[in-house]
Design a protein around this ligand. Structure first.
Ligand code: ADP
Ligand code: MG
Ligand code: MG
Length: 358
């Protein structure tokens, strides 16, 4: 009784390469005696292609073959997919029990893929459409959290059509040092800090290259970056992990893309984080509240900023990084759930949910 799992990776977002690394790590941690895994790469253009699972066990990052056989997931197919031939060969059918979308950012983590998987009527790991969309859009997420009385960093939203001046932004968030970021992205792509009108203009231009809507936030400084992993089990029980802390190298200024992925010493990760027990308990409780408020399911990493005694919810990642340096699996490991068992829990949740909702 093996479970047939399809891993989706790559994708159309700026986090394509991060996804390839996350997928390699997830593939390795799936117990080969219990899971029959098919690897489905998504090209930057959005084509689904069959990827090589033979040489992938040892890869640091899975490869999306640009000219690989195309895969089409059938609407209402309960996990049935066609592998298209080159024109001469007839299409071949594949069936999956569950799909693990290991995709970060727009078109993977934001509800679009989840909508496609709903239409395919297949079990899949992670939040459904609403939770994915609500958490991905930092503007929407912050409004929902604020409405629920959860603490967020003061921010204003801006679009190219309705620009905000540096002075107005400073006035709105109560600080002359600002963080500017795209509303819908991740991995720190398009994010920068600004302390002057010139820096502000450049930061807004950069962020607007990635999204039509951007956020301008108060810069929290000094800041401790504390994260909590949340997992929903098949029976509906929602658990928060031990906390983790990220300390970006001072040379990077903040936890930038380079600090995250390209510079091996760009940040130090501490799991469990050294946080006073009362504060840690408060953060863990907040993490499960956030999970509920944003309609998350299955898994999410909830990221906090801690400034003295003050705690702010920064953001929620519904398909957090799973690279071999990523925090989500590390935090569960530190909580007594090694990654193979974490995979079992995620897949069991997906199968139970699909059976329940059909
Ligand atoms: P992403 O989804 O790309 O990870 P984040 O909102 O988490 O976006 O921002 C990335 C990083 O930028 C954070 O981990 C932190 O280092 C820094 N940062 C973002 N917003 C702020 C802020 N308001 N104050 C201080 N640092 C921030
Ligand atoms: Mg993020
Ligand atoms: Mg982040």
């Amino acid at each position: 009784n093996t479970t047939r799992v399809a891993i989706l990776f790559g994708g159309r977002s700026a986090e394509h390469d991060v996804s390839r690394a996350s997928a390699a790590n997830i593939f390795r941690s799936l117990d080969a005696s219990r899971y029959a895994v098919t690897l489905i790469g998504i090209t930057p253009e959005g084509r689904w292609v069959l990827a090589d699972a033979v040489n992938a066990r040892t890869a640091q990052a899975l490869t999306v073959p640009p000219d690989g056989p195309q895969i089409v997931l059938l609407p209402a197919g309960q996990g049935r997919a066609l592998v298209l031939g080159d024109g001469a060969a007839a299409p071949r059918e594949l069936t999956f029990d569950v799909i693990f979308p290991v995709l970060h950012g727009p078109n993977g983590e934001d509800g679009t893929m989840q909508g496609a998987l709903e239409l395919a009527d297949v079990a899949y790991v992670g939040a459904r459409v609403m939770g994915s969309a609500a958490a991905m859009d930092k503007d929407v997420a912050k409004r929902l959290l604020r409405d629920a009385g959860l603490p967020i960093v003061p921010f204003v939203t801006m679009t190219a059509a309705a620009p905000v001046s540096y002075e107005d932004a400073v006035h709105a968030v109560g600080c002359s040092e600002l963080f500017i970021k795209p509303a819908n992205l991740g991995s720190s792509v398009g994010i920068s800090k600004a302390r002057t009108p010139q820096e502000f203009a450049a930061a807004c231009d950069l962020a607007l290259r990635f999204d039509g809507k951007i956020l301008i936030e108060r810069c929290i400084s000094p800041v401790r970056e504390i994260e909590c992993a949340v997992l929903e089990h098949a029976d509906g029980e929602v658990k928060a992990s031990e906390l983790g802390e990220i300390v970006p190298a001072s040379s990077h200024g903040f936890y930038s893309y380079a600090a995250k992925y390209t510079d091996a010493s760009g940040a130090s990760l501490h799991v469990p984080a050294q946080v006073e027990p009362g504060l840690a308990q408060r953060i863990r409780k907040m993490a499960t509240e956030v999970f509920g408020v944003l309609c998350c399911e299955s898994l999410a990493r909830v990221d906090f900023f801690v400034h003295g005694e003050e705690v702010y919810v920064n953001e929620v990642n519904t398909l957090p990084g799973f690279t071999n340096i990523s925090m989500y699996p590390k935090m569960w490991e530190a909580t007594g759930l090694p990654q193979p068992a974490l995979m079992d829990a995620l897949i069991a949740h997906a199968l139970a949910r699909h059976a329940r909702l059909r």
